[in-house]
Design a protein around this ligand. Sequence first.
Ligand code: SF4
Ligand code: FES
Length: 237
Amino acid sequence: MTKYWINGDTAIEMNDAEDVNTVHFTVDDKDVLVSAGQTIYESLRHMDGIGNIPALCYNPAVRPYGACRLCTVEVSEDQGKSFKFVASCLYPAMNGQIIKTNTEKIRKLRKGIIEFLLARCPDVKVVQDLAKEYGVEKPRFALGENECILCGLCVRICQENMGKSAISLVNRGIYKEVAAPFYAYELGSECIGCGDCAYVCPTGAITMGPDGKPILPRVKIPHAEAEAMMSQEKLSS
Ligand code: SF4
Ligand code: FES
């Protein structure tokens, strides 16, 4: 019998959910009814026994951003004739959807992302745990020994909750990192030392310093890459 899930936390009989604005869909072959106006991830994230969707850049305190793509699921909106990949933290739950949260294709996609994260952040516990869960043993490449997975949560909480822009994501590719304005590592007066950035960081990459301001993670470039850069500098000097 279809259940009605309240905020993905509690299930009650559908008949008891009369007059509630709901969305009815299928997820991993289970028929469910949830409150309308949620993304797929929001509606499923606490649902007992349904997919264990990894979502490293999601935090209910800020708007979803779609940085990590780990929460990708497959969705059909034509009665199962075709499926597409969507980031479940961004995509709205809608009537009639057929959602799959843990297919072979999804696991393969997540595995690739996790391999990349492990190559970048080999010592970060949440990444190691995911690697174990998805059977990623050793990445085929090294991207440094960073702690920051570039989820952007610290930047978003600063902007959205505090109305500040004390930090932002700068640079591209493997050089991308969190920095203060003018590419500084030390926070200026714009930072009020609320500590929200350290609080939401899923990896512990930001800590609070003795001056009450956050200490930002510094990008650590892999050895081979650093050597290549240095020899280029020598050639051009
Ligand atoms: S410092 Fe933490 S919260 Fe900020 S982008 Fe990196 S992992 Fe995310
Ligand atoms: S949690 Fe959805 S993209 Fe990261």
